[in-house]
Design a protein around this ligand. Structure first.
Ligand code: G1P
Length: 264
């Protein structure tokens, strides 16, 4: 069973500055709850028992969001709806482990920080920039993993000009979605397909071996896509064309559109 998930939260949020200077984007509202709570709901309803938050000292406010605050609970003791939400956050905090990443050295490096806490053969990685609405994508990945006993990545067909913004997968078997290549943010001519890796990964623990040898790639950072591409020679990866609707909270424009969409 896949019971643990990593959520990287140590990024600087530079795309949304200055708004992210004091309040991390993951705590921004999307409808009546934060972006991060949408991700947690997806994890817990897919059966995840422990979530590992990779944070930095600058983002300790994320921890604060979940810890019990007696003064606030007392202030809303006659407002049961609000009190319920505070108690819920505090209750789920028992399922969260906070791990610190000293410097933002890339997604691959963030995942490496959780290495010693991962117990089983497979674990999940969810990126909070990507919200998938309507159908639980994590559940879909788990179903494929059970069938194939391999790593699984959420994929979405994007337009030609969008391939430069994502990790892009190529296939040895188009029908079965067996992946044979991955390139992080390729140029349009180098893209092996138009299928983008969206932020839901179900990975075999062997990824740590490849990450530990991985040299810096795009933007001088340790890229998980590069490590997965190296791992492909030894272990199989399948794609999952997820059924839900993708909401891109990674840019200001995308966040505004997502906010409108979630309230529909
Ligand atoms: C990251 C990954 C990329 C993936 C994307 C999905 O990029 O490196 O492979 O396609 O998330 O949102 P980032 O958005 O952090 O630049």
């Amino acid at each position: 069973m896949v019971k643990q998930a990593i959520i990287p939260l140590a990024g600087l949020g530079t795309r949304m500055l200055p708004l992210t200077k004091a309040l991390p984007k993951e705590l921004w509202p999307l409808g009546s709850k934060s972006i991060l709570e949408h991700i947690l709901d997806e994890c817990f309803s897919a059966g995840v028992k422990q979530v590992i938050f990779i944070i930095s000292k600058n983002k300790n406010v994320i921890k604060k969001y979940f810890v019990k605050n007696k003064i606030l609970e007392k202030a809303v003791k006659n407002k049961p709806e609000i009190l319920k939400k505070l108690i819920y956050l505090n209750r789920i905090s028992s399922k969260i482990k906070f791990v610190y990443q000293d410097k933002p050295k890339g997604l691959g490096h963030a995942v490496m920080c959780a290495k010693k806490h991962i117990k089983s053969k497979y674990f999940l990685l969810l990126l909070p920039d990507d919200i998938i609405k309507g159908k639980n994508c994590t559940k879909e990945l788990i179903t494929i993993n059970k069938k194939k006993q391999s790593s699984v990545l959420a994929l979405k067909k994007v337009s030609k000009k969008e391939v430069t913004r994502y990790g892009i997968a190529g296939f040895s078997n188009n029908k079965k979605f067996k992946i044979n290549k991955m390139i992080e943010k390729p140029s349009i001519v180098n893209a092996p397909s138009r299928y983008a890796i969206i932020g839901r990964y179900l990975l075999s623990k062997s990824i740590f071996k490849f990450l530990s040898k991985q040299k810096s790639g795009k933007l001088g950072e340790i890229q998980i896509t590069d490590a997965m591409n190296a791992m492909l020679l030894k272990e199989s990866f399948y794609g999952c064309k997820f059924k839900g609707k993708y909401l891109d909270c990674g840019t200001m424009n995308g966040y505004i559109k997502s906010f409108i969409d979630i309230n529909k």
